[in-house]
Design a protein around this ligand. Structure first.
Ligand code: GLN
Ligand code: ZN
Length: 760
């Protein structure tokens, strides 16, 4: 039987092949471009993206996935949801107001930004108060018209679902959600009606919030929303799109009166297929099969994908299937094309957005006539097989080390209660010792120096000398301020993951593997393509040098295994846990090397542990267990007197405190200023009994906090826990700050610590 199975894309990266989108935004913001120039460049980029997808033969091309900043902000603006502090008078919402909401302006602070589900993309949180929702513009309609007029494309408008929009908004109690939905529904319906009148065939309504778990109230809210839409806009085809996890309970979602349901068959742990095998698939619905991973950068195993489709085909006929990426391609870079630094065996195993579209087309062709594309399928198979066979991906020495270590308990020799005594004896620190989190200002001069060295203008010797000079200065600087435990300043590091990636086996770096993080900000995660392993000491040189310049203790400074994992693109043939263990073992060698070199206070940062938490509550403990284990593997094997620190930039640990405690770090530094010391209470409630570094001031702003502000935070914490447990520090590294403000803020911090000491 031959038939054409339609290919539907869910969203295309915005940033452009060479980050033109980012550059356009930034030149506009800096005033080097006027609005007309800015808009016309945005149109050009948008058109290029549409054309690329058209040429790739995509049947359903998404429109309105493109934005000037963020798609959730777009929706808020479209519904007229502007927080009162912008003094919006109800007229047109221009770029000034739009960007003010995203970035703040002279009089009003920006809207909050937070993580988009379990990705590294951040959206702007809508603030719903008592605004009356109305349609200030119909952005999906404009995008649909644009694609049709400019590229002859019959686009598929993408709209965020009302349920998800409300779940992601703030400003009201969760119990009020159904009430608020009623206020929005007429406007939402109007939006869809206008699309229908225009002749739109399919609308993709994104409802990823359903995968985070549905209560009975949630289900009835979904029913209300979609029943209302179905009644008001009959005949409009809606595909309700889910992603990032299994859609459960599928029976409830199948009852919704929509014409299609899109499911993620990559990140669902097999649950979506199981549900379909159990429930069958209704005759009257399209199934959007999210089959190519929209979150990673690897070529797919097409044989496995075809096998999955064979299974699905017994429940749903393929003419009712859309082949899709598992999510929007927003989360992957644009194209592998320019990656000429990467060895061809590896490059052939990569698939960014454009290459994923090719894979989808190939699957569709294979379903139609496998023989006709036998050569392409074989080429794909060969590319994967050659890549998989690379010796560095299957190192027996690493496998043996992982087996040995991951199976052991990974305990420190003494429990904390006893370690703390020998450590106090060794280090002899004052009550409430003061320290910092690691980095000191990365000035343009420091970055210039690194660039000169990378380009070969400076040789290694010259660069090393420059770094040593920086270390000398920062050591003197800290001594003068009267800090008790010093750091070397991290001047040699660009980024806390890239730095280690460049020194470990198993990593590679792309030229253009950028993905949007928030607004115009893009990140280029390093790629773990093979077994991660220690090659030689990575931080010892700088730490030992720093220690040699002072009698005060200097902390060694590493990034932890879970953070390295969560901020990299990770190979997909091993579990994340297995990769975390490899990294942990590599770091364990580094910890040992530091200790052997006399660095006996070592901080292993884990700011990214929380962001890796699975979306489904029932999966979280398992993740925390292996994360904690990885941290312990990297840090347990040290002398009793060696003090292990860790750092996390937040302190809302909710149900994580037991796990944090299991990490068994001697000291953990956390944020305390933004929450005014309140969050320490949860540590008390959970009987947290190890050292805590109070992040008494917020380093995210250049403002210098007064001594009293910090004293309040310290006092608040000391009211609930023993003073012996506490350290005093800023709430994160200082690399984004200037020297002058750093000096004033740290001086105030040292004074606040002295005042607190005097009171105890
Ligand atoms: N040690 C790192 C620094 O000070 C920690 C950064 C972080 O928590 N993100 O920069
Ligand atoms: Zn931090």
């Amino acid at each position: 039987m031959t038939q054409t199975v339609k290919v539907s894309n869910l969203g295309y990266p915005r940033i452009g092949k060479n980050r033109e989108w980012k550059k356009n935004l930034e030149t506009f913001w800096s005033g080097q471009k006027n609005e007309a120039e800015f808009r016309s460049e945005m149109e050009r980029i948008q058109l290029e993206h549409l054309q690329t997808q058209k040429e790739a033969g995509i049947d359903l091309i998404p429109v309105n996935d493109f934005t000037f900043y963020d798609h959730v902000l777009d929706a808020a603006v479209m519904f007229g949801i502007v927080p009162p502090r912008y003094e919006y008078d109800g007229g047109d919402i221009g770029l000034d107001l739009y960007f003010a909401m995203a970035r703040g302006n002279a009089t009003a602070t920006a809207c909050e930004m937070t993580k988009w589900f379990n990705t590294n993309y951040h959206y702007i949180v809508p603030e719903i108060g008592n605004q009356t929702p109305r349609l200030t513009e119909n952005k999906p309609l404009a995008a649909y018209r644009f694609a049709k007029a400019q590229a002859g494309i019959e686009g598929k408008p993408v709209v965020i679902g009302l349920y998800t929009f409300l779940k992601l908004s703030k400003g009201f109690q969760p119990s009020e959600t159904a009430e608020i939905a009623k206020r929005f529904l007429p406007v939402y319906v109007q939006l869809l009606q206008e699309l229908k009148q225009e002749g739109v065939k399919w609308v993709q309504v994104d409802e990823p919030a359903v995968v985070t778990g549905l209560t009975n109230e949630d289900i009835s809210l979904l029913e209300t929303i979609y029943a209302e839409i179905a009644a008001a806009v009959p005949g409009l085809n809606i595909i309700l799109q889910t992603y990032f996890e299994a859609a459960e309970p599928l029976e409830a979602l199948l009852k919704l009166p929509v014409q299609g349901l899109g499911l993620d068959f990559v990140h669902d742990g097999g649950t979506n297929l199981e549900s379909i095998e159990r429930l069958g698939w209704p005759e009257d619905k399209i199934l959007g099969v999210g089959i190519i991973d929209g979150r990673n950068i690897w070529r797919s195993d097409l044989d496995a994908k075809l096998a999955l489709l064979d299974k699905l085909a017994t429940h749903v006929s393929l003419d009712r299937v859309f082949l899709q990426p598992s999510s929007s391609l927003l989360h992957v870079p644009v194209t592998v094309e320019g990656e000429d630094k990467v060895k061809s065996v590896i490059k052939n195993a990569l698939a960014f957005a454009n290459e994923k579209l090719v894979e989808l087309k190939l699957i569709s062709s294979a379903l139609e006539n496998r023989d006709a594309v036998a050569a392409e399928l074989q080429a794909s198979r060969d590319a994967l097989a050659t890549f998989r066979a690379l010796p560095e991906r299957g190192r027996e020495d690493i496998a043996a080390e992982v087996r040995k270590l991951a199976e052991l308990p990974a305990n420190r020799n003494l429990p904390f209660a006893e370690r703390v005594k020998v450590q106090q004896e060794k280090w002899n620190l004052p009550l409430l010792p003061t320290t910092t989190i690691g980095s000191f200002p990365q000035t343009p001069e420091v970055r210039q120096a690194r660039l000169k060295w990378r380009k070969g203008v400076w040789n290694q010797e010259r660069y090393d000398q420059y770094i040593r000079d920086q270390i000398d200065e920062v050591i003197t600087f800290q001594e003068k301020l009267g800090l008790d435990v010093l750091v070397h300043g991290e001047f040699e590091r660009t980024d806390m993951v890239e730095f280690f990636g460049e020194k470990l086996a198993g990593y590679l770096f792309t030229r253009n593997g950028w993905v949007q993080s928030y607004g115009s900000r893009c990140v280029k995660p390093p790629v773990i393509y093979a077994d991660v392993a220690f090659i030689e000491p990575m931080t010892v040189k700088e730490s030992v040098y720093a220690q040699s310049r002072t009698k005060l203790p200097v902390k060694g400074m590493l990034t932890g295994p879970v953070t390295i994992l969560n901020w990299s693109f990770v190979r997909d043939d091993l579990s994340r846990e297995e990769v975390a263990n490899q990294i942990a073992i590599a770091l364990r060698h580094e910890v040992k090397a530091l200790e052997d070199a006399g660095v006996e206070m070592i901080q292993v940062d884990e700011p990214a542990i929380r962001e890796g938490l699975p979306l489904k509550p029932e999966d979280r403990q398992h993740y925390l267990d292996w994360s904690v284990k990885a941290f312990r593997i990297s840090t347990y094997d040290v002398k009793d007197t060696t003090q292990i620190h860790t750092h996390m930039c937040y302190s809302e640990f909710n149900n994580m405190i037991d796990s944090i405690s299991d990490m068994d770090a001697d000291v953990i530094s956390i944020e305390t200023s933004r929450s005014h010391g309140e969050l320490i209470v949860s540590f008390e409630e959970q009987d947290y009994d190890k050292g805590i570094g109070l992040g008494v001031y917020d380093i995210h702003s250049p403002r210098v906090p007064a001594v009293e502000e910090m004293t309040v935070n310290i006092d608040r914490a000391l009211r609930v826990l023993e003073p012996e447990l506490f350290w005093i520090n800023p709430d994160c590294g200082l690399k984004t700050r200037g020297w002058a403000e750093t000096e004033s803020a740290l001086r105030n911090m040292v004074e606040a610590a002295a005042i607190a000491r005097a009171k105890t």
